[in-house]
Design a binder for this molecule. Structure first.
Ligand SMILES: Cc1cc2nc3c(=O)[nH]c(=O)nc-3n(C[C@H](O)[C@H](O)[C@H](O)COP(=O)(O)OP(=O)(O)OC[C@H]3O[C@@H](n4cnc5c(N)ncnc54)[C@H](O)[C@@H]3O)c2cc1C
Ligand code: SF4
Length: 477
């Protein structure tokens, strides 16, 4: 059904996020907390867009989505056309609509953000794609010209999937390899269901397979297939294998135990819920525990909210700067607070306290923020401010460092001193081996889903450019 777009809606219509499930439900359940918009709600919110001549939201969005255009289509009820347009710039729009930190990206740049309340861009993006898929939307590949190339994509996280999507839409044969039994990488295993349910990635797998992408899961490159063998199987390779080495806290007392590594905790919870057997990720149950989570990013927020849902006796987040300087999404911090998480801001962890081998607390010192060269205030310890926060379980969520596999060297892919894959000109995403490309966290360091998608889509275009310049080798399987 189409309807007439009301261009002055913003004057009398307030921003309205989709409803969330009641707190008593949210605190126990792992399902997504937002209810879907109805068609009327989505159209009504989309109509608040001013259709600015030079839309700042598009510039701020890392994939440069055609935001005002698809908002207009959604406002008119033309959902299938809106979904086509969403997919022109983004390979996983339903994921970004759910978990992009819009308050730092598109919605922060919305002209209405100051004074009126930004358009709910992310929620409408999610609505468009969910609704279109319900109505049977599938990518139109009828005009695709087949190319005689085969590309191996290592990693089925957002980077690998975005690369596979663009290559397939350009007629290239793609096989995606992943060591896990499901596609999605951190989207499926790290990020909890209350932000992004696993079924969203399972549905995306069907779409990608329907478009011709071939997945080889439970297949680890370097173990099940050697990297040089893979080179011989394909005309070009793409790597999007992420960053998985936790930043070490090195606090006195850590050797005595009581510590839970953040990603193991989150992955173990997902595997438990879906009965997935992933060696090395046991289910860690924190019901009844007094939990401290150290860190202030998205991973820390996911841990505190998981502990609440597991029934922890108390959950505190310990962060060395203030709330304003937290690195994660403000929306997630707000949700954590409303779900009952206590925040200890300006608190610097000093040492773990044990009685025998039993963890009983964390010694902290208070901090004040001082100006630093890079613009981000630096926490400085206030002498004499030490105190002990009681705890029986401690989760470290200080972020992740690159984890480049040793075999990268053997296929001439260079890394820098920090372990990030080095980009070698001339093509975006091209490594020191001209037939191997990379993107996502393994190139940028731990970042965002949408930046991994943006970089991987560019790398896919580079791969096509590179292969179109080669003589056909016909390695296609
Ligand atoms: C807990 C947590 C919460 C987050 N929350 C958000 C959020 O709310 N919003 C947001 O935008 N970002 C969030 N992020 C960041 C985001 O998830 C990452 O930036 C993004 O997933 C990076 O994508 P990627 O494809 O580079 O890597 P990954 O998602 O890590 O995918 C890498 C894939 O490569 C596979 N792999 C690795 N080595 C091999 C091998 N040798 N052989 C085969 N397969 C291999 C892995 O199994 C994995 O599937 C979060 C991160 C974490 C850890
Ligand atoms: S992809 Fe992310 S930043 Fe871009 S419009 Fe969607 S929610 Fe906003």
């Amino acid at each position: 059904m189409t309807r007439k777009f009301d261009h002055f809606a913003f004057l009398d219509r307030e921003r309205a996020d989709p409803d969330v499930y009641p707190l008593e439900v949210r605190r126990k359940e792992f399902r997504e907390i937002y209810k879907p918009y109805s068609q009327e709600e989505a159209a009504s919110q989309a109509e608040r867009c001013l259709d600015c001549g030079n839309p700042y939201c598009e510039w701020k969005c890392p994939v440069h989505n055609y935001i005002p255009n698809w908002l207009k289509l959604a406002g008119e009820g033309r959902i299938l056309e809106a979904a086509d347009l969403c997919h022109e710039t983004n390979s996983l729009p339903e994921v970004c609509g759910r978990i992009c930190p819009q308050d730092r990206l598109c919605e922060q740049a919305c002209t209405l953000a100051t004074g009126f309340g930004a358009v709910t861009i992310g929620a409408i993006e999610r609505y468009i794609v969910d609704e279109a898929l319900k109505q049977g939307w599938r990518p139109d590949l009828s005009h695709v010209r087949t190319r005689p190339w085969s590309v191996g994509v290592v990693g089925a996280g957002p980077a690998g999937l975005a690369c596979a999507d663009v290559l397939t839409r350009n007629g290239v044969s793609v096989t995606v390899y992943d060591r896990y039994p499901e596609i999605g990488g951190l989207l499926s295993f790290g990020i909890p269901d209350f932000k992004l349910e696993l079924q969203v990635m399972r549905r995306r797998r069907e779409i990608l397979e329907g478009a011709g992408v071939h997945f080889r899961l439970n297949c680890e490159i370097g173990r099940d297939i050697q990297a040089h063998e893979l080179e011989n199987m394909h005309d070009a390779l793409f790597f999007g294998t992420g960053t998985y080495t936790p930043v070490d806290a090195s606090l006195p007392g850590m050797e005595k135990g009581g510590i839970v590594p953040a990603l193991e905790y989150l992955i173990g919870q997902t595997c438990h819920m879906y009965d997935i057997d992933l060696p090395g990720y046991p289910h860690i149950e924190l019901a009844g525990e007094h939990v401290l989570v150290l860190g202030g990013g998205d991973t820390a927020m996911d841990c505190v909210r998981t502990a609440i849902r597991q029934g922890a006796a108390s959950v505190q987040c310990v962060y060395r700067r203030d709330q304003q300087n937290m690195p994660g999404s403000r929306r997630e911090v707000k949700h954590a607070m409303s779900e009952g998480v206590q925040f200890e801001f300006n608190a610097l962890p000093l040492a773990l306290m044990h009685e025998g081998r039993k963890l009983v607390g964390l010694e902290i010192a208070r901090t004040r923020l001082v100006a630093a060269g890079d613009g981000r205030p630096r926490p400085e310890q206030i002498p004499g401010s030490e105190e002990v926060l009681p705890a029986t379980a401690l989760i470290f969520a200080f972020g992740y460092r690159p984890s480049p596999p040793k075999w990268l060297q053997g296929i001439d892919v260079g890394t820098d001193d920090a372990g990030l894959v080095q980009m070698e000109a001339p093509l975006p995403g091209q490594t020191s081996n001209p037939a191997i490309f990379a993107a996502g966290d393994m190139v940028r360091g731990s970042d965002l889903v949408v930046t991994a998608i943006a970089d991987a889509r560019l790398a896919a275009e580079s791969i096509i450019q590179y292969l179109d310049m080669q003589k056909p080798q016909l390695k296609r399987a």
